[in-house]
Design a protein around this ligand. Structure first.
Ligand SMILES: [Zn+2]
Ligand SMILES: [Zn+2]
Length: 343
């Protein structure tokens, strides 16, 4: 089978690999589509501390069951599914406390070899708890959005977003746009999105009550104006830039919460107002990845068409053109998805 192997920064090689076969409890999927994630792009552009050279990238997949191992019941060859790329083990110290994305064995059961391959082997743990049927009216490209949606749901859960809350999302990337859609579903109001990319802000407007380009308007003043001077009850920092925490701190309401959602470099340190944390009871939290319940909920929402996801996937590319897609990825698109050559 064909696969794309990550060979170091700026290098992806199209290679022949061995088609996986399922062990007991496992299935093998024919990949239909795989999303290109910010993590994949980051890895390609400048390497990633957790992703070794030689890996096959891609973890946002939709596929068709091609082979079923022994002891797997309830599934049939030919069914269209989406699958979580990893799940907490449920047994370790952190899983026992509900911190599934902090699982000590988080990557022990991962899609093999990775999503940018024609076939993938799905480990037993993921077959049991992380594989879900795609409704017939959900297309393959949309089916790749479960993982980013699950991460966003986890982020909103950590933030404890409720219909009473006003929300500021700093960032108009894929995650910021998905968070706006989810926040709308939850009923938060107003939903404000700040960003600097006009076509992404235009897309954000479908879910947000207002969008703000901080180069054109003073972000803090706008957020205050749109929240009766209180500031935003909840703030998502969905751009990997710690300097924006300062904006978040100025925009958050008393008693509010800021979630450092976007990944920040390991050496990054933060300067924040101790006054606001103490006297205004502002909380700073973080969220990473997702747990089983988040992924399941993402599937339910998409299968039920409860979210407006039109216009999130802005580009589909053929499998053979993956390298060109990585080179071309940038501001012009929102989300690119690789679809298999035979459609
Ligand atoms: Zn992803
Ligand atoms: Zn665990």
């Amino acid at each position: 089978m064909k696969l794309w192997r990550y060979a170091g920064a700026q290098q992806l090689h199209l290679e022949q690999g061995t088609k996986p076969t399922p062990n007991a409890g496992e299935v093998v999927l024919r990949v239909s589509a795989c999303g290109i994630c910010a993590t994949d792009l980051k890895t390609f552009q400048r390497g990633h501390p957790l992703i070794p050279v030689g890996a096959v990238l891609g973890h946002e997949i939709a596929g068709v069951i091609a082979e079923i191992g022994a002891d797997v019941t309830g599934w049939q060859v030919g069914e269209r599914v989406a699958v979580a790329p990893y799940l907490g083990c449920g047994q370790c110290y952190f899983c026992q406390r509900g911190h599934f994305s902090l699982c000590e064995k988080l990557y022990a059961a991962f899609l093999e070899p990775g999503g940018f391959a024609e076939w993938v082997r799905v480990p037993a743990r993921l077959v049991q708890q992380g594989m879900f049927r795609l409704n017939a009216n959900v297309d393959d490209a949309t089916g790749t959005l479960f993982e980013p949606l699950a991460c966003c749901l986890h982020g909103l859960r950590v933030l404890d977003l409720t219909p009473r809350d006003s929300l500021l999302i700093i960032g108009d990337g894929t995650m910021g746009l998905l968070q706006a859609e989810l926040a709308r579903h939850i009923g938060a109001k107003p939903i404000l999105v700040s960003g600097v990319t006009p076509h992404r802000l235009a897309r954000a407007q479908r879910a947000a009550d207002a969008v703000i380009d901080p180069r054109e308007k003073n972000l803090v003043a706008e957020v205050k104006r749109l929240t009766n001077d209180y500031g935003a009850d909840k703030v998502l920092l969905s751009v990997p830039d710690a300097r924006l925490l300062d904006d978040a701190m100025q925009c958050v309401a008393r008693g509010g919460t800021i979630n450092l959602f976007a990944g920040l470099p390991s050496k990054e340190t933060l300067a924040l107002s101790a006054f606001r944390v103490h006297y205004d009871e502002v909380r700073i939290v973080g969220s990473f990845g997702f747990g089983p319940a988040d992924f399941r909920q993402a599937v339910e929402l998409v299968n039920a068409h409860a979210l407006d996801l039109a216009g999130i996937v802005t580009r589909t590319v053929r499998f053979d053109d993956l390298l060109a897609a990585f080179h071309a990825a940038g501001e012009r698109d929102i989300k690119s998805v690789v679809v298999m050559n035979d459609g």
